[in-house]
Design a protein around this ligand. Structure first.
Ligand SMILES: NC(=O)c1ccc[n+]([C@@H]2O[C@H](COP(=O)([O-])OP(=O)(O)OC[C@H]3O[C@@H](n4cnc5c(N)ncnc54)[C@H](OP(=O)(O)O)[C@@H]3O)[C@@H](O)[C@H]2O)c1
Length: 346
C-alpha cells in the first residue's frame, strides 16, 4: 500500500470541483506537500506550463484531474476545444511524468468514453466495443486516448500509471452555470430559481427516459485515494455508485429536495444523451475495496443546502462556478460584490 503522507503530491485540477475535495482528503490523510497548479499560472495545454509545473512541484505522486468539462450543451458548442485541450493536456503531462520519473500517476477518465450502446451495467472490458454517444464523443475519446498512453507507457517504460472512470459526479462546489453545468446542478438551480420566482413550471431537456448514475463528489475523492493507495494495474477501473435512476425520477427527486412544487415539462426537441448509464463497480470493490456510501437523496440534500446557503443571497442570474467557489471561501457580507462578468472559462 502506498503511503501518501510522505510523498510530494501534485493534483492538476486541484482547484476544481472534484480536485478540491481530493486535496481536502489528502490533507486529512496527513499529506503535507500538496501542489495545485492553477491554469492562470500553469497552462497545461502548453509545454512551457507543463515543464514549469514539474520543475516547481517535483511530484512523486501525480493526480491528473485537470480537464475541460461540461454538460451536453457545452460539449455540443465546443467539441473541438473539448477534444484538443483534454487530449493535449493529458498526453503532454503523462509524457512529462515519465521523463521526471514520477512514482505513481493517477489519471481521471470519464464514462463518456463508453460506447453509446454498451449493455448496462457498463463493464470495463466493453470500453472499445463501439463509438461513444455523439454529443460527448470528442471529450470521451480525448480522455480514452490517455488510457492507451498509460498502458503503453507501463508496457514500454514500466511506468506506474493507473486510469479510473468516474461516473457523473454531483455535490457541493459543483458548476451551477446553466450554460455549462451537468444535469444535477442545472436542475437544482432551475428548481430553486423557479420556486423563488413563483413559476408554475420548469422545462427539462429530452423526454426523461434516459437513465443515469451519480456519484457524490466526496465518495469519488475517496475512490481516487483508495486507488492511489492500493491499485497498481494496467486495467481501467469504473468509479460509481452502482445505482441507476431515470432522468424523470431524478427531476422529481431534485424538485422535492428544492421544495419546487410546479409542473415539469419536457422539451423533446432537445437530445436525451446516452440512453442508459450504469456502471459495473465490482472491479473497484474487489481490487481496492472502494464502495460509494452516500445515497442519492442524502447527497442531493447536502448539495441543495450548500447551494442555498452559499449562493441563495446573490441576485445575479449569471452566477458562475468560479464565482460560487470564490463565495464559498468568503463571509456572507462579501457575496454581493460578485457580478456576471466573472464568467467561468470551462
Ligand atoms: N464532474 C464530473 O461529473 C466528472 C465525471 C467524470 C469524470 N470527471 C473528471 O474528473 C476530473 C475533474 O472534473 P471536475 O468536474 O472537477 O472539473 P472542474 O471543476 O472543471 O475542474 C477542472 C480543473 O481543470 C483545470 N484546468 C482546465 N484547463 C486547464 C489548463 N489548460 N491548465 C491547467 N489547469 C486546467 C481548471 O483549473 P483552474 O481552476 O485553475 O482554472 C479546473 O480547476 C476531470 O478530469 C473530469 O474529466 C468529472
Amino acid at each position: 500500500m502506498l503511503n501518501l503522507s510522505t510523498k510530494r503530491v501534485c493534483v492538476t485540477g486541484g482547484g476544481g470541483f472534484l480536485g478540491s475535495f481530493l486535496c481536502g482528503k489528502l490533507s486529512a490523510r496527513g499529506v503535507k506537500d500538496i501542489f495545485v497548479p492553477r491554469r492562470r499560472d500553469y497552462d497545461l495545454t502548453t509545454e512551457a506550463g507543463i515543464e514549469k509545473l514539474f520543475r516547481d512541484a517535483r511530484p512523486e505522486v501525480l493526480f491528473h484531474l485537470a480537464a475541460v468539462v461540461g454538460g451536453i450543451g457545452a460539449n455540443l458548442e465546443s467539441p473541438g476545444r473539448f477534444f484538443y485541450e483534454n487530449a493535449i493536456m493529458g498526453i503532454q503531462l503523462i509524457e512529462a511524468a515519465r521523463r521526471y520519473a514520477v512514482e505513481k500517476t493517477i489519471v481521471a477518465g470519464t464514462i463518456c468514453a463508453y460506447p453509446k450502446f454498451t449493455p448496462a451495467p457498463f463493464r470495463e472490458e466493453t470500453l472499445w466495443d463501439g463509438y461513444p454517444e455523439e454529443t460527448n464523443a470528442p471529450y470521451g475519446i480525448a480522455k480514452k486516448a490517455l488510457l492507451v498512453q498509460c498502458q503503453a507507457y507501463r508496457q514500454q517504460y514500466g511506468m506506474n500509471a493507473i486510469y479510473l472512470l468516474p461516473v457523473n459526479l454531483y455535490g457541493m462546489r459543483d458548476n451551477f452555470d446553466l450554460e455549462s453545468s451537468h444535469v444535477i446542478p442545472a436542475l437544482i438551480r432551475k428548481c430553486i430559481e423557479a420556486r423563488d420566482r413563483g413559476d408554475k413550471s420548469i422545462v427539462c431537456w429530452g423526454d426523461g427516459t434516459a437513465t443515469r448514475e451519480f456519484l457524490f463528489v466526496e465518495d469519488a475523492a475517496d475512490g481516487l485515494l483508495a486507488a492511489a493507495e492500493k491499485y497498481d494495474g494496467a486495467e481501467p477501473v469504473n468509479l460509481g455508485s452502482g445505482a441507476e435512476i431515470t432522468i424523470k425520477d431524478l427531476v422529481h427527486t431534485v424538485a422535492r429536495a428544492c421544495n419546487f412544487t410546479g409542473e415539469i415539462l419536457w422539451d423533446t426537441s432537445r437530445p436525451n444523451g446516452q440512453p442508459r448509464r450504469l456502471l459495473d463497480t465490482s472491479r473497484a470493490e474487489n481490487w481496492f475495496g472502494f464502495r460509494a456510501n452516500t445515497l442519492l437523496d442524502e447527497g442531493l440534500l447536502k448539495t441543495v443546502q450548500w447551494y442555498e446557503q452559499t449562493c441563495g443571497r446573490v441576485k445575479t442570474h449569471t452566477r458562475t462556478r468560479r464565482t460560487i467557489r470564490s463565495m464559498a471561501s468568503l463571509g456572507s457580507a462579501e457575496l454581493s460584490c460578485f457580478g456576471s462578468s466573472d464568467k467561468a472559462a470551462c
